[in-house]
Design a protein around this ligand. Structure first.
Ligand code: NAD
Ligand code: ZN
Length: 355
């Protein structure tokens, strides 16, 4: 008998250009007294993007400022507290997240803490959520993070960047409408797209892999290469992102993510870019995939910053190393259960210095 965990998938998906107009088909019926909560990337605040018409007067709309930074536990907690104050006597019907991985993670985390007591920080870790979250629909507007398909909602806490990893963090339904990712600036598209590429490399080379995860990751890798080496289409990128996320659900990320969370925490570098910087230093672990990645960098004329850790003092460097060592599951996936023998503190420090 194998010990792979129960594999949950998002059960309902509407796919294709223009599919956001069909959102009503995914929303649970509500009576007059309850309401839906929309969490939308505030990049859309001044645009008339498709889907806005579905928001009615009794619904709650929260704009999430993803352009200012990735989500924090304190932000999610305060959105929940505001909602509770405003709608004291009625229960929400559903949450709809519209945006990139940051906004989708806010929607996922909010769904968890509307149905579980206390701060979202209580649930950062693996399988710490006791009650199912509120019904939630994810609508990505940028592709790569795989947050639409994954069982984690990644948040900054006081001294850590960590996911709420739970089946209850998963969306109940998705709309994958490639029209929505059309306006993403090229550099952002690349950074987020490489997040997908890296998820797949980490999944496919990891020790937690099985054939189901491998099938998803290898197809997603192929699609990423088509998109970034052969001018592939937005629906190929959107599909890759989803399949990369599915692959991670049934495996785990690896060394790149274990190192990149620290860069985001200590230097405020966004997730996609942080992964791009780290991956470029991982020849010893992911050799041929790093070569292929460099071809994509070149083809898309992307320049990476160098020496990003040079301003950090020894205390900050120690925090980076500590943050990396907390990522036990990704490191065990990448290097096996005896990963501590294969990745020492000095090796981690050297990798950061190289970046
Ligand atoms: P993002 O959500 O952080 O957004 C990046 C930028 O793109 C923001 O400025 C945003 O406003 C902008 N943007 C979004 N949609 C746009 C559009 N259609 N047109 C123009 N600009 C647009 O980006 P991301 O790469 O999708 O997500 C990264 C986040 O996802 C990080 O917070 C990371 O920690 C998280 N993440 C989560 C998972 C997961 O499984 N839950 C996996 C990987 C990453
Ligand atoms: Zn990632």
């Amino acid at each position: 008998m194998n010990n792979f965990r129960v594999f949950k998938q998002v059960p309902r998906i509407i796919y294709g250009s223009g599919s956001i107009s069909r959102i009503k088909e995914l929303l649970p019926k509500k009576d007059a007294s309850n309401y839906n909560i929309y969490i939308i990337d505030d990049i859309f605040r001044n645009t008339c993007f498709p889907g806005k018409d579905n928001i009615s007067d009794e619904d709650i709309l929260e704009w999430f400022p993803a352009s200012l930074g990735e989500p924090k536990t304190s932000q999610v907690d305060s959105i929940r507290d505001n909602i509770r104050q405003r709608q004291i006597n009625t229960e929400p019907n559903a949450i709809i997240g519209i945006g990139g991985g940051s906004t989708l993670d806010v929607a996922k985390a909010l769904s968890v803490i509307l149905c579980n007591e206390g701060s979202s920080s209580n649930y950062q870790g693996w399988d710490l959520v006791p009650n199912p979250g509120l019904y939630k629909i994810g609508i990505p507007t940028i592709s790569g993070s795989g947050a639409e398909a994954s069982r984690t909602a990644v948040l900054f806490g006081k001294d850590k960047k960590f996911g709420i990893n739970s089946d209850f963090s998963m969306f109940d339904a998705l709309i994958l409408d490639c029209d929505l990712i059309e306006g993403v600036p090229l550099q952002q598209r690349f950074h987020s797209g490489m997040d997908c590429y890296i998820h797949c490399v980490e999944s496919i080379t990891g020790t937690f892999i099985n054939e189901l995860a491998r099938a998803n990751a290898s197809k997603a890798l192929e699609l990423c290469e088509r998109v970034f080496l052969c001018n592939g289409s937005n629906d190929q990128l959107m599909t890759a992102s989803y399949m990369g996320g599915v692959s991670i659900v049934n495996s785990e990320v690896g060394i790149c993510h274990a190192l990149s969370y620290g860069l985001s925490l200590e230097l405020g570098i966004r997730h996609g870019l942080a992964n791009c910087i780290v991956f470029n230093a991982l020849d010893d672990f992911y050799g041929p995939y790093v070569d292929r990645y460099r071809q994509m960098l070149e083809k898309n004329m992307i320049r990476l910053p160098h020496d990003v850790c040079k301003t950090l003092d020894s205390m900050a460097m120690s925090r980076l190393v500590k943050m990396t060592l907390r990522m036990e599951r990704p490191l065990a996936n990448a290097l096996g259960i005896n990963w501590r023998e294969r990745l020492t503190e000095d090796m981690i420090r050297d990798l950061y210095i190289q970046m």
